[in-house]
Design a protein around this ligand. Structure first.
Ligand code: UD1
Length: 337
C-alpha cells in the first residue's frame, strides 16, 4: 500500500515526502518537473535513507497515470501538482484552469476507476477571499477569489464536496495553507523559484544572496498592523508537511468524510518583522525600501488554527527565527553564486 504524491518533487510535496518516509510509509511520486528539479528526488532519499518509486509524467496524461495505479497499490493521494503563482495565473488563466482543475479531475477520475477514495488537497487561505474578518475559521463561507489561481483552489474544493455528496465512501481532506516558508533543516530541500520571485521569503532570500539588490516592502501605512507593513500567518514548511501526516491519520481513522482544516500558526507577523528577523538571525543585510501597496493585498489575515489542534492534534512548533534560519541555510547550501 502506497501514498501517491503528484507534484512530490516540488516545495511542499518534497517536505511531505520526507515526513511520510520518516513515518515508514511507502510513497510513489509523480512529477513532470515543470516547477521542480530531478535532484530533489535524490535529496529526499539522502535525508531519509529510504527509497521510493518515481514516474516522470504530467498528471493530465491519463494513460500514464493509469499505469501508476495499475503497477502500485495506491491507498491515498496527496495532490501537490498545481501551478501556484498568483500573478502568472492572471496572465495565463487557461493554463491554470487546465493544469489545476482538469489535472485534479483526471486524477480523481483515475482514483475512482481504481477504487482509491482517499484524497488530500492542497488548498489555500486565498479561498476565503477579501473580507472584513482577519482571523479565518473553517466555518466561514468561501469568499470571492481575486485571481485564477485562487479560483482554481475554490473550484477544486467545490468539486471535492460534490464528489463526496455523490459517494460518501470517499474520505477527503482539504488543507488551507496560510503562508508556507522555510526549508528542511538539512538544507537539502527548500523553495527555489525560477526567475524573479513574487512571494516575500523567496525575494528576501535572493536579496540576501545579492542576486537582487533590494526588497520593496509593499506599503508601510496599513492602520491595521502594528508597524504599518502587511501581516501574514507565515508557517514553516516542515510544520505544514507534518499537517499532511496528521490529516492522513485522521482520514484513516474516520474511514469516510470530508474535512477542512486551516494550516497556519495563528500568529501573524509583519513583513517588517520578517525582514528584521532574517537579518538578525542570519547576520546578513537585506536592503529594503518602502513602496506603494501592492494591488490586491489585504492588510492582515491569519488562521484560527483551533480545529486542526483539536481534531488533528497538530500545532505549528517552529518559530519565525527557524523559518528565517532554515531558508538561509538552504540558500547557502544550494546557491550557484
Ligand atoms: C499569496 C497568495 C496566496 C498564496 C501565497 C503563496 C493571494 C491573495 N495570496 O499570498 O494564495 O498561497 O501567495 O504563493 O492570492 N511583500 C512585500 N514585498 C515583496 C513580496 C511580498 O512587501 O516583494 C509583502 C506582501 O505585500 C504581503 C506579504 O509580503 O504583505 C506576503 O506576500 P506574499 O509572500 O506574496 O504572499 P501573499 O500575497 O500573502
Amino acid at each position: 500500500m502506497a501514498i501517491l504524491l503528484p507534484g512530490g518533487a516540488g516545495y511542499i510535496g518534497s517536505h511531505t515526502a520526507v515526513e511520510l518516509l520518516n513515518q515508514g510509509k511507502e510513497i510513489v511520486i509523480v512529477d513532470d518537473f515543470s516547477n521542480s528539479k530531478s535532484e530533489v528526488l535524490d535529496k529526499i532519499k539522502q535525508i531519509t535513507g529510504k527509497d521510493f518509486k518515481f514516474y516522470e509524467l504530467n498528471y493530465l496524461d491519463k494513460e500514464s497515470l493509469e499505469k501508476v495505479f495499475e503497477e502500485n497499490d495506491i491507498e491515498a493521494v496527496i495532490n501537490f501538482a498545481g501551478y501556484k503563482a498568483v500573478g502568472e495565473s492572471v496572465k495565463k488563466p487557461i493554463e491554470y484552469y487546465i493544469n489545476n482543475v482538469s489535472g485534479a479531475l483526471v486524477l480523481l477520475d483515475t482514483m475512482k476507476k481504481y477504487g482509491c477514495k482517499r484524497f488530500i488537497f492542497s488548498s489555500s487561505a486565498t479561498v476565503y477571499g477579501e473580507r472584513k474578518e482577519v482571523e479565518y475559521t473553517e466555518e466561514m463561507k468561501r469568499g470571492e477569489t481575486t485571481n485564477p489561481y485562487g479560483t482554481t483552489k475554490a473550484m477544486i474544493e467545490k468539486i471535492l464536496e460534490d464528489i463526496y455528496t455523490s459517494d460518501p465512501e470517499w474520505s477527503i481532506g482539504i488543507l488551507r495553507y496560510f503562508n508556507p516558508v522555510g526549508a528542511h533543516e538539512s538544507g537539502l530541500i527548500g523553495e527555489n523559484p525560477q526567475g524573479i520571485p513574487n512571494n516575500l521569503m523567496p525575494f528576501i532570500m535572493k536579496v540576501a544572496n545579492k542576486e537582487l539588490d533590494h526588497l520593496n516592502i509593499f506599503g508601510n501605512d496599513y492602520q491595521e498592523t502594528k508597524d504599518g507593513t502587511g501581516a501574514r500567518d507565515f508557517l514553516h514548511v516542515v510544520d505544514l508537511a507534518i499537517g499532511h501526516i496528521k490529516a492522513l491519520e485522521k482520514l484513516e481513522q474516520e474511514k469516510t468524510g470530508i474535512y477542512v482544516y486551516n494550516l497556519g500558526t495563528g500568529n501573524p507577523y509583519t513583513v517588517q518583522e520578517m525582514v528584521d528577523t532574517f537579518q538578525k538571525v542570519n547576520h546578513v543585510v537585506v536592503p529594503y525600501q518602502y513602496t506603494a501597496r501592492r494591488a490586491g493585498d489585504l492588510p492582515i489575515y491569519y488562521a484560527n488554527s483551533e480545529k486542526a489542534k483539536k481534531e488533528l492534534n497538530w500545532v505549528a512548533t517552529k518559530t519565525l527565527e527557524d523559518m528565517c534560519k532554515d531558508s538561509w541555510n538552504y540558500v547557502q547550501k544550494n546557491s550557484n553564486k
